[in-house]
Design a protein around this ligand. Structure first.
Ligand code: ADP
Ligand code: ASP
Ligand code: MG
Length: 437
């Protein structure tokens, strides 16, 4: 069995949706995971934000605008009057549902229910399209098997049991459609796997059913050696190891959700990144095979804050680091980078929600400086510590840019640097020139 996940642009218009049929309709047993149409989740986030701020009029307006957009999609998607009618009814049921929230007190729970509508709509529209084309397929609701636990982690045991039970109901079928991104939480409520989470869904599903390959179809051919949004002439990397891909995804390569490598790695299932607009391009394959190169790729992650804690008491004191880390743990805030000196430690985080409270608690241990708007640049390559002379090109390339932290030796495959976000584009371009050209 294989998994094919199609992202927002791949289902972004009636034409794109129709073009998927050729890619999936080959009789091979597969699960097709769909995202919401491009832009929809952003619009739903906006509606939820408006409801939070009690701007009900504007929320209703946005809801009706989105409803209209989808009625146009229905007109372009189906050929026959009957299917157009079913499509319009389907759209109205979802937007009536969202409209109902404007009449009640708005909570986090309802926000999650609203955010789920994008994936529910795209999969239902697509299933209807397959019916119109008389292609046999089954829509399996992600909410019947995808589940996270109290810590927000996938409940793999539950997922495997339940997806197998769902598939078992249709022994004669080969083509299954389901939603990415959405799930239930430990309390059975509708929840999600965070923005961009459909990749994660695909990987979790692939691991649960023991797929032979997980394909992530998007709007670009493969993972590039630098961020194509900021750098021209990037090149496709044809093969990446799970470790390398995980580092790049975590540190900003948007083509993959940061957590999506893990489930595939656990079951040793290759992940292939493919382009719906150029399906014949083999794309990038991510597997356990590791082909080391001096420099493979560069990625950047914005929205980083750095905390610098300085304490005379730290000098020769054991237990100091534990006290520092416990504060981050208490606020459930993951740490990205750490560097230390004799009397100080610098720590970066990407979630500033509890930054002020963390800083307040850290001040019990010493003085604390905070800098926001920082970017981590991650360079993936061969940085095994037994090598000599690795990485001088990185520092030559960046000798005009202030480097605020350097993390080397944590992983044999990556080096991370902290810079000011205003220097990011320049840094990515300089690295491209010095490392890859
Ligand atoms: P989808 O909606 O299909 O999930 P995304 O927008 O989430 O697509 O991811 C694809 C985008 O990721 C590309 O259009 C590209 O701009 C961006 N991207 C960022 N870094 C990279 C990279 N290193 N290689 C390829 N694409 C990248
Ligand atoms: N639709 C969701 C988002 O835009 C999930 C995804 O596309 O992967 O974040
Ligand atoms: Mg994505």
């Amino acid at each position: 069995m294989k998994i094919m996940k199609f992202g927002g642009t791949s289902v972004g218009s009636p034409e794109r949706m129709k073009s998927l049929i050729n890619l999936i309709n080959d009789g091979e047993r597969k699960i097709v995971v769909l995202s919401a149409m491009a832009g929809t989740t952003n619009s739903l986030v906006e509606i939820a934000d408006l409801l939070y701020s009690d701007n009900i009029g504007m929320a209703s307006t946005r809801n009706e605008e989105l409803r209209e957009k989808y009625h146009k999609v229905v007109e372009g998607l189906y050929d026959t009057a009957d299917f157009k009618k079913s499509g319009h009814e389907l759209i109205d049921s979802h937007f009536d549902y969202i409209r109902n929230f404007t009449l009640r007190v708005f909570t986090k729970l309802q926000e999650k229910a609203i955010l789920a509508q994008g994936e529910l709509i795209s999969t239902e529209l697509f299933q209807l399209l397959l019916q119109e084309r008389k292609i046999r397929s089954v829509l399996i609701p992600a909410l019947s098997f995808m589940r996270i636990d109290k810590d927000g982690e996938p409940d793999f045991f539950y997922i495997e049991e339940n997806i197998k039970r769902e598939l078992g109901k249709y022994p004669e079928d080969n083509l299954f459609i389901t939603q990415g991104y959405i799930c239930r939480n430990a309390y059975g409520e509708t929840d999600n796997l965070k923005r961009g989470g459909s990749d994660y869904s695909a990987s979790i599903i692939g691991a649960a059913v023991g797929a032979y390959e997980i394909q992530i179809w998007t709007d670009i051919s493969g993972l590039r050696n630098n961020d194509p949004r900021f750098v021209e002439d990037t090149k496709i990397i044809r093969e990446l190891s799970f470790d390398e891909a995980a580092e790049l995804a975590y540190f900003g390569a948007k083509i993959l959700h940061p957590s999506s490598v893990n489930p595939a790695r656990m079951k040793n299932i290759p992940v292939r990144l493919k382009n719906t607009m150029e399906p014949e391009d083999e794309g990038t394959v991510i597997s356990s095979k590791c082909i080391l190169e001096d420099y493979k790729a560069v990625a950047a992650k914005d929205g980083i804050s750095v905390l610098r804690i300085k304490s005379d008491r730290m000098l020769m004191a054991y237990g100091f680091m534990r006290k520092v880390f416990e504060i981050f743990e208490a606020y459930r805030t993951p740490i990205d980078m750490v560097t230390t000196s004799e009397v100080s430690v610098s720590i970066t985080i990407d979630n500033p929600e509890h930054l002020d409270n963390i800083a307040k608690d850290l001040r019990e241990l010493g003085s604390v400086e905070i800098e926001r708007n920082q970017t981590i640049i991650c360079i993936v390559g061969d940085f095994r510590t037994e090598r000599t002379g690795s990485a001088p090109e990185i520092f030559e390339a960046l000798n005009t840019i202030p480097l605020k932290m350097i993390s080397y030796g944590g992983s044999p495959y990556s080096i991370s640097l902290l810079i000011d976000t205003k220097d990011k584009v320049n840094a990515l371009k300089l690295l491209n020139k010095h490392l890859f050209n």
